[in-house]
Design a protein around this ligand. Structure first.
Ligand code: HEC
Ligand code: HEC
Length: 361
């Protein structure tokens, strides 16, 4: 492998960097496969903390996530879940919860793009070594058709005594003595616009977890509880396609790259390269990720000089592999925001996939 050094970047890269700005992580550690504790409560019944009377919440204790802030007991309606493929956030630990309004269902008419009822809230907590850093909230508040008005994105930074967490509209850096940065409200949408319903990780592909315990908040459980307007067939398979090495690589790209690299994402105008899976893509070699990468020419080779995004058998000649192996603040790093450290597990996963690809004729 060539040395992965920060490199001088071209004008296009600088433009992209300016477009993106500097954003902190929203990603996840490699916590996929971790099965969240199940809850016997069905989705529904948003708790009493759910006031919404006097403007957006200023403190996490006002959001209804917890029923008891002091003991950190979450409300019965706050259902914990974990996506099958998580976003890397420099190895931060994460917990996630969904709160659906009582009796409401998720519109799954388009199985690739779920639409959540107004009133739905999703939370994601970031911590390191047991220390809570921030808890993010996306709430579906209206249906005007304008993403930024319809979804309220907030993050709350934890106090040192963890008695509560306070709204941080403009983001924050180096939270609680770690190198964890918090994105500003406007930065949230640079990634979350990647889905028309703003939610990136609570989806058919992410919740398809056939080996999870019955109590876990998975696709199967949502179906059982009648929470989907158009439930999938009982034998539906929404796992990432391909053999194990391929599926792991595609799952990683889907969760870590696909929100910018799809028709709705911020990278599309620059290069239409789709790195997001669709439920109907059951064959790896004809999937959009494969077509967008293997033997596909780089729009702009940049510093590496790589001609192709992925060259079968040759990670060291693959522009995609090169760029995901960079950090150090170079705008060529992929993802270009929200991470300061290379995800070395993911690098091995993508390397294994590329090495095993049959050579092109
Ligand atoms: C670098 C891209 C990125 C940025 C910036 C970002 N997020 Fe996310 N976020 C994601 C991805 C991808 C997921 C789903 C994967 C996961 O949960 O690990 C996610 C998950 C979430 C979730 C759980 C619901 C869901 O969409 O899956 C919430 C809540 C959330 N983010 C809130 C925020 C808020 C609030 C901000 C801004 C303060 C923000 N995020 C900034 C990429 C991002
Ligand atoms: C926050 C949005 C965002 C995320 C997340 C993201 N990218 Fe990108 N990516 C961009 C933008 C914008 C460009 C175009 C500008 C540039 O080339 O730097 C780009 C360009 C690229 C290119 C160059 C394509 C070409 O043909 O020139 C590759 C390869 C790439 N990204 C791979 C990835 C991979 C792999 C991931 C996940 C590990 C990823 N990206 C995650 C925004 C993103």
């Amino acid at each position: 492998m060539r040395a992965m050094v920060s490199a001088k970047s071209g004008a296009a890269v600088m433009a992209a960097a300016m477009l993106i700005g500097s954003i902190a992580a929203c990603g996840s550690s490699s916590d996929n496969g971790g099965n969240p504790p199940g809850s016997d409560a069905g989705p529904g019944d948003a708790g009493p903390g759910d006031a919404g009377t006097s403007g957006p919440p200023q403190r996490l204790s006002e959001t209804g996530l917890y029923s008891d802030m002091a003991t950190k007991q979450v409300a019965a309606a706050s259902l914990e879940y974990a996506p099958a493929y998580a976003l890397w956030s420099d190895a931060a630990d994460k917990k996630r919860w969904i709160v659906l309004p009582a009796g409401a269902r998720i519109d799954t008419t388009d199985m690739d793009h779920w639409r959540f009822p107004v009133g739905t809230k999703l939370f994601k907590e970031f911590s390191r070594g047991g220390k809570r850093l921030e808890t993010r909230l996306i709430e579906h508040v209206a249906d005007t058709g304008k993403l930024e008005d319809d979804y309220l994105a907030s993050t709350f930074v934890w106090r040192d005594d963890e008695s509560d967490a306070d709204l941080a509209v403009d983001g924050a850096r180096n939270i609680r003595g770690t190198d964890h940065d918090v994105p500003s409200r406007q930065d949230c949408f640079k990634c979350h616009r990647g889905e028309p319903g703003a939610i990136l990780g609570f989806s058919a592909i992410q919740l398809f977890q056939p080996s999870a315990p019955a109590s876990a908040m998975t696709l199967r459980r949502l179906v059982e509880q009648g929470k989907l307007t158009a439930p999938p067939a009982a034998d539906a398979n929404f796992s990432a396609p391909g053999d194990e090495a391929t599926a792991r690589a595609f799952g990683y790209l889907h969760a870590n790259c696909g929100h910018c690299h799809n028709e709705n994402g911020i990278a599309w105008a620059d290069n239409p390269m789709k790195l997001r899976l669709l439920v109907g893509e059951r064959d790896a070699a004809t999937s959009s990720i494969y077509k967008a990468t293997v033997k596909a020419r780089m729009d702009r080779p940049k510093t590496s000089g790589d001609e192709f995004r992925v060259v079968a058998g040759h990670p060291e000649k693959s522009g995609l592999f090169y760029r995901m192996s960079l950090r150090d603040g170079t705008p060529e790093s992929m993802p270009p925001i929200a991470t300061k450290h290379v995800d070395s597990d993911a690098v091995s996963v993508v390397k294994a996939w590329i090495e095993r690809l049959p050579p092109s004729p």
